[in-house]
Write a protein that binds this ligand. Structure first.
Ligand code: HEC
Length: 132
């Protein structure tokens, strides 16, 4: 019985080490590992309402990093976002994705991302999509 438990534990440990080193290799192979994760998260979390180059329920987001809030021509923003003085950068995007109302009260985006890691990955992706 003890031997079986040991074998299972050993197998799990070996399995873990093997998959961890595989993860590291993958991350090293693609230098864009961060943005790649962010891209997937962006598609999964934001893609229902946003795309990089097309306005949907939300405005197109390529170049949003560094852009003044509410400034995509022709997009029907809330009055509050349009008239805000926010410029999108790391800290403003992080606050927005944590709780949009805490940054701009009365905006039209009802969505948030709980995980700090996910917010960071998405922001890194938006930054790289803006060529920054
Ligand atoms: C349920 C739909 C929906 C989802 C999901 C959503 N958004 Fe939005 N987003 C909107 C809407 C609508 C606006 C416009 C808000 C306004 O006019 O007040 C907006 C606006 C924005 C803006 C401001 C853009 C500008 O031009 O000023 C940013 C940045 C943004 N969203 C990022 C994101 C990110 C990143 C995600 C995913 C983590 C996301 N949004 C998910 C609907 C959504």
């Amino acid at each position: 019985m003890r031997a079986v438990v040991c074998a299972v534990v050993l197998f799990t440990v070996v399995g873990c080490v093997a998959s961890t080193s595989k993860g590291v290799q993958t991350a090293q192979a693609q230098t864009t590992a961060g943005p790649a994760d962010g891209e997937k998260l962006f598609e999964r979390r934001c893609g229902g309402c946003h795309s990089l180059d097309k306005d949907k329920e939300g405005p197109r987001l390529r170049g949003v990093y560094g852009r003044k809030a509410g400034s995509v021509p022709g997009f029907d923003y809330s009055a509050s976002l349009k008239s805000s003085a926010v410029v999108w950068d790391g800290p403003t995007l992080d606050t927005w994705l944590t709780d949009t109302d805490s940054l701009v009260k009365g905006n039209n985006m009802e969505f948030s991302v709980r995980s700090k890691e996910e917010r960071e990955a998405i922001i890194t992706f938006l930054k790289s999509a803006a060529g920054r």
